[in-house]
Ligand binder design. Structure first.
Ligand code: GDP
Length: 192
């Protein structure tokens, strides 16, 4: 199902320097180290495309990847990285909000949460903000391989309860960049 050709396009710190809005785009959000780069690599089956490392906070810009000459995947800067100054965090927040609200070609926000952890206050605020602004989004629970089948489903149910309380109904997908769980489902959703 496509995703055959993928290449890095550019890094952009803010909306005004993003590539010309041309292809529909899908962006990936979540806290640092949640597995964004690994998920993007798994989707395009190209291990070295998005940088992955154990060092949180290394991607402080929006990284654009072009896929199959028909869409952009955009890796947003990870949020909630404690070692960055408050002022810098606020600037990122503003830049990302501008991007999410004003990018005409944005089609879907994929928000990642580590399946082992309860969504943080920042995650919850972000769900609420996306819902209030009627942005189409989906939640991917990453690193599914790290939990047993039962624990995975408990984590999904916990997330669903949180979203239900906000009256938000969006798909929740369990993924793993290790064993490719959920990768096909995420691709299908992107194609839809
Ligand atoms: P990013 O900061 O959100 O881009 O996160 P990375 O993709 O760099 O991943 C952070 C760490 O989590 C790395 O050590 C990855 O190898 C690990 N990781 C990411 N996805 C998975 C996964 O699905 N399963 C497992 N077991 N580890 C993962």
């Amino acid at each position: 199902m496509g995703f055959d050709k993928a290449e890095f396009v550019t890094s952009a710190p803010s909306l005004d320097v993003c590539p010309k809005p041309y292809y529909p785009e899908i962006c990936f959000a979540g806290r640092s180290n949640v597995g964004k780069s690994s998920l993007i690599n798994a989707l395009v089956n190209h291990k070295g495309l998005a940088r992955t490392s154990n060092r949180p906070g290394k991607t402080q810009q929006m990284n654009y990847y072009q896929v199959d000459d028909k869409m952009y995947l955009v890796d947003l800067p990870g949020f909630g990285y404690a070692k960055v100054s408050k002022k810098e965090r606020e600037r990122w927040g503003r830049d990302i909000r501008d991007y999410l609200l004003e990018r005409a070609t944005l089609r879907l926000v994929i928000h990642l949460v580590d399946i082992r952890h309860k969504p943080t206050d920042l995650d919850e605020e972000f769900f609420y903000w996306l819902g209030t602004n009627r942005l189409p989004f989906t939640v991917v629970l990453t690193k599914g391989d790290k939990l047993s089948h039962n624990k995975r489903h408990q984590s999904k149910a916990r997330l669903k309860r949180i979203l239900d309380e906000m009256n938000i109904e969006v798909p929740i997908i369990i993924s793993s960049a290790e064993d490719n769980t959920g990768i096909g489902d995420i691709k299908e959703l992107i194609y839809e």
